[in-house]
Design a protein around this ligand. Structure first.
Ligand code: C5P
Length: 300
């Protein structure tokens, strides 16, 4: 096989409960991931050396050196196989860059699946999951997809059963936010207010809403402990959230570490109307309707 193309979904966190800061610099989480129908494509082509090119929205913001998580993924997989393989990675981006939707993690997951096939390694998903967890906290979920609870730093996954399809709109901001900086701001705010940080717990009402496909209940249960920090670093997001709420969003939340904002809609038509309202009021750069849950990284 001379070329393999893999499609990988973005994620939104429908619950992100951030526990205390650990000694290793990470936070213990309850992170309920939900994969949505905004996809990056990762094509892996035969090559002597490891190479990468990136096209699509904000492609110029993506590093093309060893700082790129997809390159790290290809190298980690080759190391796991005990060989020195080359690959030409061609990434077509639709997931916002540094947007809180795990776009970099998606590209790493895509590179793992594509290189596993291109190089004929035939490694089982469990092996890819282990390599993924070393690459980043969100990479295992990009392999798994669907809806899942992540514990630990988010990499220990338990899949969740859900009913039906949820309709979303994602309001993409100009420029990104650094995940590490948003976590650091969360710690700073907690320290400044003397907040007692509880051990993170899953929210039963949220799990029930997902299991029964109850969109109004899910909208009411959305929470993100990073939201206050993201709003502190990007105050304009408060207005973006307000505009979505004002147009009947069932729930409005910063996606992960932001700055993308996620709005839960009643149905596909409501999602399209919300997207128009968000773009016409100029509270975001673009607004994209999407559905969840969707499958994880898979060859097309
Ligand atoms: O795992 P990943 O490299 O994606 O994490 C990026 C940064 O986000 C980490 O360096 C850390 O600052 C922060 N983080 C955290 N706790 C987590 C996950 C990420 O503090 N559970």
């Amino acid at each position: 096989m001379s070329s393999v193309t893999v499609r990988v979904p973005a994620k939104v966190n429908v619950q992100l409960a951030v526990g205390p800061l650990r000694d290793d610099g990470y936070h213990d989480l309850v992170n309920v991931f939900h994969a949505v129908s905004i996809y990056d494509e990762v094509e892996a082509k035969e090559s002597e050396a490891v190479k990468i090119s990136v096209t699509g929205d904000s492609a110029d913001q993506v590093p093309l050196d060893d700082g790129n998580l997809a390159i790290q993924a290809a190298r980690a997989l080759a190391k796991h196989a005990g060989r020195s393989y080359g690959v030409d990675l061609i990434i077509r981006k639709a997931i916002p860059v540094a947007g809180g939707m795990a776009g970099g993690s998606a590209d790493a997951a895509g590179a793992l699946v594509a290189c596993n096939e291109l190089w004929g390694l035939g490694l089982p998903t469990e092996d890819l999951m282990e390599i993924a967890a070393d690459l980043g906290s969100d990479v295992p979920f990009a392999l798994l997809g669907g809806t899942a609870v992540g514990t630990g730093r988010g990499e220990q996954l338990t899949p969740l059963e859900t009913s039906g399809t949820f309709h979303w709109v994602f309001a993409v901001a100009d420029g990104g936010l650094s995940t590490a900086k948003v976590y650091a701001e969360c710690d700073r705010l907690r320290h400044a207010t003397g907040e007692q940080v509880a051990w993170p717990q899953t929210d039963d009402a949220l799990l029930d809403a997902l299991a029964t496909g109850n969109a109004p209940a899910l909208g009411a249960a959305l929470t993100n402990d990073l939201q206050a920090a993201a709003l502190m670093l990007r105050p304009s997001l408060a207005r973006t959230l307000d505009v979505g709420r004002g147009h009947g969003a069932l729930g409005a939340i910063v996606s992960g570490s932001g700055p993308t904002c996620a709005f839960l809609a009643a149905d596909a038509e409501h999602a399209r109307d919300l997207a128009v309202a968000l773009t016409s009021t100029e509270v975001c750069r673009t607004a994209t309707p999407a559905e969840g849950p969707t499958p994880g990284a898979h060859a097309i």
